[in-house]
Write a new protein. Structure first.
Length: 288
């Protein structure tokens, strides 16, 4: 995995070519999620939805992955009774009217990586709508506290406290190592890109390399509630995914947060893109 050469915006707040590459693949991933979500109907299974995502992206040149696409329907959006990693993989659970769903995909394209989460529902679901609306406060809190250079572990705890105040449970604690985020980077593309347990081997090698270097230097590429995340935000790109749960319904977003070593608060951390489905939804709700 190649290092990110520059994560600082160019003059006037413009993005560097490097960051534009990451933004393009993130937009491609969200376009895939929106296209597949528009095709979901009662009876479609999680495996169908995951296959639809793979097909859509492969038709547009994607050959490698940080991880293969996931899809979760119904109470699986809240990771109900998840105990082992195999439960994250798509199942024969079929979509029903009013059911919430999450699409989670992480393509690599032209050497750039994205990892995104898209929450939706098939028809009316007021609980899901409330969850998605309340995620906006988490996006704001995370950015503010990263700019304050609070330790990642403390920010994680503040996110969890906000969830509790909102009346929700923290479902990203069900992820491996309880992570709310992980670092991503450039990947050297190969004609044949194998996967291992659903994850691209090139990306896994890069994450392992980051973990080795981070351990030596006192930081981790995994943003978790544990002591190995008790350090300030490390410059680089982080795929961040706060995940709320309420009585068998879950919702999240996942997108790239850019962290730099700039002394300017606005440039020290920023979301890579504000033209994303969940952000547009919040803006439309405020304008209504």
């Amino acid at each position: 995995m190649a290092a990110v050469t520059s994560v600082t915006p160019a003059a006037g707040g413009r993005l560097t070519p490097e960051l534009r590459g990451f933004r393009e693949v993130q937009r491609l991933a969200y376009a895939c999620a929106e296209a597949v979500a528009a095709q979901l109907r009662p009876g479609v299974t999680e495996r169908d939805a995951a296959r639809m995502q793979r097909t859509w992206l492969r038709e547009r040149g994607v050959r490698d992955w940080f991880h293969l696409p996931f899809a979760w329907f119904g109470d699986r959006t809240a990771f109900a009774n998840f105990r082992v990693p195999l439960q994250f993989f798509p199942t024969h659970r079929a979509l029903e009217p009013g059911m919430a769903f999450i699409l989670d995909l992480a393509p690599v394209h032209n050497g750039f990586t994205a990892d995104i989460g898209y929450s939706g529902c098939l028809g009316l679901n007021p609980v899901h709508d409330r969850l998605l609306a309340d995620l906006e406060a988490h996006r704001e809190l995370i950015l503010r506290e990263v700019r304050e250079r609070r330790p990642l572990r403390e920010i994680y705890e503040d996110v969890e406290r906000l969830m509790v105040r909102q009346g929700y449970t923290n479902r990203h604690r069900a992820y491996p190592f309880g992570v709310i985020a992980h670092k991503i980077d450039r990947v050297r593309e190969r004609r044949f890109a194998p996967t291992l347990f659903g994850f691209g081997t090139q990306s896994l090698k890069g994450l392992a390399s980051d973990a080795l270097h981070g351990h030596r230097d006192g930081w981790s590429p995994l943003w978790s509630p544990y002591t190995f995340s008790d350090h300030p935000p490390q410059p680089g790109l982080w795929a961040v995914e706060p995940h709320l749960g309420f009585r068998g319904t879950g919702a999240k977003f996942e997108e790239i947060l850019v962290v730099t070593d700039s002394k300017d608060p606005q440039e020290s951390a920023f979301w890579l893109d504000d033209d994303l489905p969940h952000v547009r939804r919040w803006q439309e709700e405020k304008a209504a």
